[in-house]
Design a protein around this ligand. Structure first.
Ligand SMILES: *[C@@H]1O[C@H](CO)[C@@H](O)[C@H](O)[C@H]1NC(C)=O
Length: 350
């Protein structure tokens, strides 16, 4: 199914059409369906995805429930930027038209959504919520490290299983398209999946005579998703703009010819819009009404955030807990303090 107005390619150049004439409605939409994920009411799934969806209803429920987590991580990472990972209400594309462009932001969303799915499934797996997987069976037995030998005994998070499923499910769509944008998405999906794996750490419990730790039981545990979010945000900052190679089989850096981007780089084709104003065509919602910081010099400063349009200031009174005292034992008593603060919000375009 194609949700773009079919005439759009006549208005755009052929090259732009080649990059944008695809549906960006995807499994992301499952997040808005709550526990009602029914494989046939998610628009934009390809056959292979529908098939996996029908075969693994519990997995799909977990995936749907996890969508809000990676979206909120995305919004956290971009909270003080013009583009703030905003979602479009009641829109099956979730992010509106914005990601139809092969921009740096699209690269980030594809990466963090794949990472999010891996994280969600790994967690669900370890918590025994899925019947198709459990703790990583490969992490049993003993190993050695600098501190001596230890047993693999705990329940290691089974990240490889989640990576495999995520790859099969998410990439199925791109494997059907096989155009430049599909290659971009595949690359970023992979970078996202792998990012989660970087933050697996060995957690151990000591046994042995009076906690001497001569015997340890260890397991691999996944880090907080914030770590993956922070990491991908850095990859976003250093994302590589690419062009297709002349065989159409892969890409090279747009500015350093013949240099291939690394596997963990995020890659993108097109420059981003400035996200300053509401623009139906690009899907930008603009920064009108966004809160800005008058004393900051960064992306959240009123100059940058409001794109020179200026801002409105309103004084609001806030109540917060203050002068908290600890009373033995165990209560904390606070006073309610009122303070007046100025809130600056960007003017909308006139
Ligand atoms: C505004 O920016 C300044 C300077 O970066 C910072 O110290 C301050 O905490 C920010 N204020 C808010 C409300 O974020």
């Amino acid at each position: 199914m194609n949700f773009l107005p079919s005439g759009i390619c006549f208005y755009l150049s052929v090259a732009a059409c080649w990059l944008t004439s695809r549906v960006d409605s995807s499994w992301w939409y499952m997040g808005t369906l709550g526990s009602q994920v029914m494989c046939d009411n998610v628009p934009g799934l390809v056959n292979k995805q529908r098939q996996l969806c029908r075969q693994h209803p519990r997995v799909m429920q977990a995936v749907g429930a996890g969508v809000k987590d990676w979206i909120s991580e995305c919004q956290h990472q971009f909270r003080s930027h013009r583009w703030n990972c905003n979602t479009a209400e009641r829109d099956h594309t979730v992010f509106g038209k914005l990601l139809l462009r092969g921009s740096r932001e699209a690269a980030f969303v594809y990466a963090i959504s794949s990472a999010g799915m891996v994280h969600t499934l790994t967690r669900a797996c370890s918590q025994g919520e899925l019947d198709t997987c459990s703790c990583d069976p490969g992490k049993k037995g003993s190993s050695r490290d600098a501190k001596g030998s230890f047993d693999w005994g705990g329940c290691s998070d089974h990240v490889d299983h989640a990576i495999k499923f995520t790859q099969a499910f998410v990439d199925a769509k791109e494997r059907k398209e096989r155009d430049a944008r599909a290659l971009m998405n595949l690359h970023n999906n992979r970078a996202g999946r792998k990012a989660v794996k970087r933050f697996m750490t060995l957690e151990c419990k000591c046994h042995g005579v009076s906690g001497s730790c001569s015997v340890r039981t260890c397991w691999l545990a996944m880090g907080d998703f914030r770590q993956t979010g922070d990491y991908l945000r850095k990859r976003y900052n250093s994302a590589v703009q690419v062009v297709m190679n002349r065989y159409g089989t892969g890409f090279t850096s747009a500015y350093r010819k013949f240099k291939k981007p690394a596997k963990n780089d995020l890659v993108y084709f097109e420059d981003s819009p400035d996200y300053c104003i509401w623009d139906h065509e690009s899907g930008s919602v603009g920064t009108g009404g966004r809160v800005c910081n008058r004393t900051s010099r960064g992306a959240d400063s009123c100059e940058v955030m409001c794109c020179g349009r200026g801002y409105d200031t309103s004084r609001v009174s806030r109540t917060s807990k203050c002068e908290c005292k600890f009373h033995w034992c165990c209560a904390v008593h606070c006073r309610d303090c009122h303070e007046e603060v100025d809130i600056h919000t960007c003017k909308a375009q006139s």
